[in-house]
Design a protein around this ligand. Structure first.
Ligand code: SF4
Length: 227
């Protein structure tokens, strides 16, 4: 499988924020979000091929109880089902971070689904050549319904503007998601910009009842790889 990076850090987002976790970042994505914070797995994918035993050995050397498989889009990574089985047999708690466009039979303790809103479509970037594919693929309600039926889940939405709330409410209704599983996260990789967005997003969460999540790793270490 093509792996961009493996590192030990704290989970920075969502329900398990602050939990020491090993991160396995697969390379390759079927989407091209305009604000993608890991372009080295999507717009310009890098990485090296590793076998399942190699990845498992690298993950278990940290002696952590939690592993986060992220991307890119890990649900399209070749060998993902075998990797999750390998980690599950070692008793690890597995979070998969996905955009929720693909469903395959993985072993997973928390399906962390981040459906991409219309704010993600790259209308300008790279002369807009990815816009049509991205727009066609980014929202798959049948897949989302299946994922939230089959796994413990959170729905983590990346928020760029207050207007995003209406789209989130529509999606939640269409896929029959539970409101207490919805988490709103400010978009951005600059700590100052994140702080500014967090102010109005916190008020939005108080009004809507949806949970707020910070981006702890950005607050602690800024916009860097491997943290
Ligand atoms: S789904 Fe994730 S990895 Fe893929 S382009 Fe969007 S933000 Fe980047």
């Amino acid at each position: 499988m093509k792996i961009s990076e493996i590192f030990y850090s704290l989970q920075g987002e969502g329900w398990l924020v602050g939990v020491p976790s090993v991160f396995v970042r697969t390379s390759g994505c079927n989407l091209r979000c305009t604000w993608c914070d890991t372009p080295y797995t999507s717009w310009e994918p890098d990485g090296r091929t590793m076998s399942i035993p190699e990845i498992t050995s690298e993950v278990t050397k940290y002696n952590a109880s939690h592993v986060v498989i992220t991307g890119g889009e890990p649900m399209i990574a070749e060998g993902i089902c075998d990797l999750t089985q390998s980690l599950a047999t070692r008793g690890m708690h597995i979070t998969i971070e996905t955009a929720g466009t693909v469903n395959i039979p993985v072993a997973c303790d928390l399906m962390s689904i981040s459906p991409k809103l219309s704010n993600s479509t790259p209308r300008e970037r790279d002369s807009g050549r990815w816009a049509a594919q991205h727009e066609r693929l980014r929202y798959q309600p049948a897949v989302l319904r299946r994922l939230i039926q089959d796994h413990p889940y959170q729905l983590k939405f990346v928020i760029t503007a207050p207007e995003d709330l209406e789209e989130i409410r529509r999606i939640a209704s269409e896929i029959h998601a539970s409101a207490d599983r919805i988490v709103l996260m400010p978009e951005g990789t600059d700590p100052c910009a994140l702080r500014e967005k967090s102010q109005w997003l916190a008020e939005m969460c108080k009004d809507s009842g949806y949970r707020f999540t910070p981006r702890l790793h950005v607050d602690l270490w800024g916009n860097r790889r491997g943290v």
